[in-house]
Design a binder for this molecule. Sequence first.
Ligand code: M6R
Length: 359
Amino acid sequence: EKAGYDHFMLKEIQEQPMALRQTLEGRIKDGKVALKDFPPGTFTDVTNVQFVACGTSYHAAMYGEQLLSQWGIPSTSYLASEYAVYPPPVDDGTLVISVTQSGETADTLEAMRVAQGNGARTLTVTNVVGSSAARESDDALFIRAGPEIGVAATKTFSSQVVALLLLGLRLADDVTGSKPSRQSELLDALADLPQQVQAVLDTSRAEHVGTQYLGDGGSFFIGRGNAYPVALEGALKFKEITYKHAEGFAAGELKHGPLALVTSETPVFAISSGRDADKLRSSISEVQTRGAPVVAVTPRSMTDIVSTADETITVPGTHPDLVPVLANVQLQLVAYHAAAHLERSIDKPRNLAKSVTVE
Ligand code: M6R
């Protein structure tokens, strides 16, 4: 049940510290990632990774692709519906990772079956033990986020990203034989992530922002690096439950077209990965010149961004690979409060289903 919350979505947003603790439980030992089903050597034959997923899970897959690429494993994420019809070539070293909360999404299952038909090894990252995807793939890694009832995926995104990060470090260890630099810092930061998400939930100004910036002319979400999938995810969540147009872009793409749409009626959410202060500042001035109000979502240490933006939603400082996970929690809250203000059917948005079992 909703445990006193107005909506499952808000309950599930608030459950994220616990969900993340469950995702991490017993999976970091002696300063290393330890995954019971994937001991060292499991992935020695892997040379490249293809992710397949839909919607929010696709954004988590994009995040995973960036982490793996950064750690030296060639990776590409594909929309499952495209992969199923136009599959890219696979070889003996290809590992296809399907990312699906429910494990029942028809497009994702079909993409995985196509990959298997082409001889690829498959692994599913899912929340549901016994789901079709978990049963049909060669291996499964469970994200252990707990049941998610709201149609809008929230806690499962955070848990997917963390599970992919753990899996990615395990893969990197086997595939490249070298430890990603600053791995111990990343693992320490990961252990702190649940309490940092709690800090975000306890202090968020997202209700004020969500009800203030409804984006009647549309809202834009921009970010670079791993803030880019979070920009896409922020926009998806916003449109899914507010029924208002929202679009995410890689910040550098603004000037290649979307800038034509930017006016004083289109709020721009600028999400920082914590790595890109200068570039983000120039994207912010690009849209401010056109009159758009800018909401920066950034670590509070980025003081010049905080002072440039019209509004700021800050997150605690952490390893740059994790900053966008915290930013995403803020964007979930912005979408939620905007939709609540508009009295939308938050847990069951029109035309949508929790698990999409048709192609
Ligand atoms: O169960 P899955 O993770 O495979 O679902 C994929 C998408 O249908 C899902 O993430 C959808 O985009 C969400 N409703 C977005 O909040």
